[in-house]
Design a protein around this ligand. Structure first.
Ligand code: KG4
Ligand code: ZN
Length: 340
């Protein structure tokens, strides 16, 4: 029998609702929040207020677009964490009252689990990864290499010890005077820049862990020192600065990813999370498929940044397993990976 799952995502600055019929996406509605751009990052209090305004119309639009009524749903899946507590609270409270009023099962989902399993939303002509595979999860809050053994068994192989890759993009863009989120801006500028023009610090930490705070400082000092000599330095060199920064971030990501492939012997590699929208990273994956014979999985752009489709997909798996939550469930800003 078909299962219709409503997914709700509100962990950061996007309010999203999606409807899936089994693996197939029927709708995925996202309301972004322009309000943060001027502050250079997400302002938690403004985010939760915007979620409150958006949540009802977004869920309503997702159901209408899917062409089903609330009574046709089989379960309601929502992001329990990790994320901003005030933002999560809006989605969790809505999901609980919505499910309660319709007598529907409620399914809590780990946001990172959603990013990883976004590869399993049905796409015409696209194969889903076989298990096990490695997933490079790169977002604004997380940077991890995860060994994925089944839809519910995952193990973190390496993780960032300070900033996430997305934060490195966002902070560098802020230094150059661009609004949040900086990743898409750096990506766009990079396309016409010389990626070998500037050299920035790369970390040398053991194992599979990442670090991006040294790169941020090195970028900041380079810009600061050059601007002191020439006030027009940024405008005259912005494309080369962006391209060199992007290449450095991708080199850092790939250094550990290649090590993890060697160590585990797993050549099936996926990327997910907001930074997986980056054109340089996507190209580097295609290059690895060609030169290193990796089997690579690159998500559809609309499944890279935060979306409820991926939450509904995890919800679908959990629902099939009978893993439902009670009404006493509360949001959790920090979650040890896959604790849910
Ligand atoms: O997964 P996501 O939407 O939210 C979190 O769970 O954190 O990721 C947001 C991050 C931001 O840091 C944003 O700058 C980055 O993804 N991002 C990009 C690109 N598009 C979004 N970074 C690099 N290149 C892009 N094209
Ligand atoms: Zn995310």
């Amino acid at each position: 029998m078909d299962a219709f799952i409503l997914g709700i995502e509100s962990s950061c600055d996007d309010t999203s609702a999606a409807v899936l019929c089994n693996h197939r996406l029927l709708s995925n509605v996202i309301a972004g929040q322009e309000v943060h751009a001027q502050y250079g990052g997400v302002v938690p209090e403004l985010a939760s207020r915007a979620h409150q305004q958006n949540i009802v119309p977004v869920v309503d639009a997702a159901l209408k677009k899917a062409g089903i009524g609330a009574k046709d749903l089989n379960a309601v899946a929502f992001t329990r964490g990790p994320g901003l507590l005030g933002s999560l609270l809006v989605g969790v409270s809505f999901a609980k009252s919505f499910a309660y009023s319709l007598h529907l099962p409620l399914v809590e989902v780990d946001h990172l689990h959603g990013h990883i399993l976004s590869h399993f939303i049905f796409r015409e002509g696209c194969e889903q990864p076989h298990f096990p595979f490695l997933c490079l999860l790169v977002s604004g809050g997380h940077t991890q290499i995860v060994k994925v053994s089944s839809p519910s068994e995952m193990q973190v192989v390496g993780s960032t010890i300070d900033d996430a890759a997305g934060e490195a993009f966002d902070k560098a863009a802020k230094i150059l005077g661009y609004p949040y989120p900086g990743g898409p801006v750096i990506d766009r500028l990079s396309k016409i820049g010389d990626e070998n023009r500037f050299k920035f610090a790369k970390p040398s930490i053991p194992g599979f862990d990442y670090s991006f705070s040294g790169l941020k400082t090195s970028f900041l000092y380079t810009v600061r020192d050059e601007v002191a000599k020439n006030p027009n330095f940024i405008t005259e060199n912005v494309n080369d600065l962006a391209a060199s920064l992007q290449k450095t971030i991708i080199d850092i990501l790939f250094n550990k990813l290649e090590k993890a492939v060697k160590q585990t012997g797993i050549r099936r590699v996926a990327i997910s999370g907001g930074v997986s929208a980056n054109s340089g990273l996507r190209n580097r994956m295609l290059l690895a498929a060609e030169k290193k014979k990796w089997e690579v999985y690159i998500p559809k752009i609309s499944y890279t940044t935060d979306n409820a489709a991926m939450i509904a997909l995890v919800g679908y798996y959990m629902y099939l397993k009978g893993k439902v939550s009670t009404l006493s469930v509360v949001p959790q800003a920090r979650i040890n990976f896959m604790d849910l």
